[in-house]
Ligand binder design. Structure first.
Ligand code: NI
Length: 185
């Protein structure tokens, strides 16, 4: 089932999400719905707050890169209750977007390498190191669970320039190919 994506201005995107337990109702169904919602919107990552749920869960699927970057294409993961253990001081800038902030793409600085602890869909604990683009996507999704958005990380000047576009998103005036829930409409 495709769920409406909550866009910028919805308070759920600004809350610190809560951990879940392995008896969380219909978790597998939720994860499937999140993958379906993300694929339908041509996204590569989606966090639970983006579908209105303040819980510590996100999904990532990089299959869309199968032609350009085949080494990324088999990376598909649901991370539950993730905990960032290490973030490298070495950083790089690259352009990001977010399904909750349609039409905006900005350069964002991210650590090149991270170490993260998380539960998979079966509540098995993992501690893994990720680098490069995978590390970037994980940092973006992890930020959603902390109530942070990628636009928070751009310079004050850039943010000023984005203001009217962001206000349009709040008012539900941004055009998208997928179903959204705007903060006010
Ligand atoms: Ni996002």
């Amino acid at each position: 089932m495709i769920l409406p994506i909550h866009t910028f201005g919805n308070m759920v995107l600004r809350k610190v999400a809560e951990p879940i337990t392995n008896d969380y109702a219909k978790l597998n169904e939720l994860i499937e719905n999140m993958y379906e919602t993300m694929h339908n919107a041509d996204g590569v990552g989606l966090a639970a707050p983006q579908v209105g749920l303040g819980i510590r869960l996100f999904v990532i699927d990089l299959a869309a890169f199968r032609e350009d970057k085949p080494e990324l294409a088999d990376f598909k993961v649901a991370m539950i209750n993730p905990e960032m253990l290490e973030m490298s001081e070495d950083c790089a800038q690259a352009e990001e977007g977010c399904l909750s902030i349609p039409g905006i793409h900005e350069n964002v600085e991210r650590s090149l390498s991270i170490k993260i602890k998380y539960m998979d869909q079966n509540f098995v604990e993992h501690i893994d190191v990720f680098e490069g683009f995978k590390a970037r996507v994980i940092q973006h999704e992890y930020d959603h669970l902390e109530g942070h958005l990628f636009t928070d990380k751009v310079s004050p000047l850039r943010r000023q320039l984005l203001k009217s576009k962001m206000n349009n998103i709040v008012k539900g005036r941004a055009s998208t190919s997928y179903k959204v829930k705007a903060a006010s409409k």
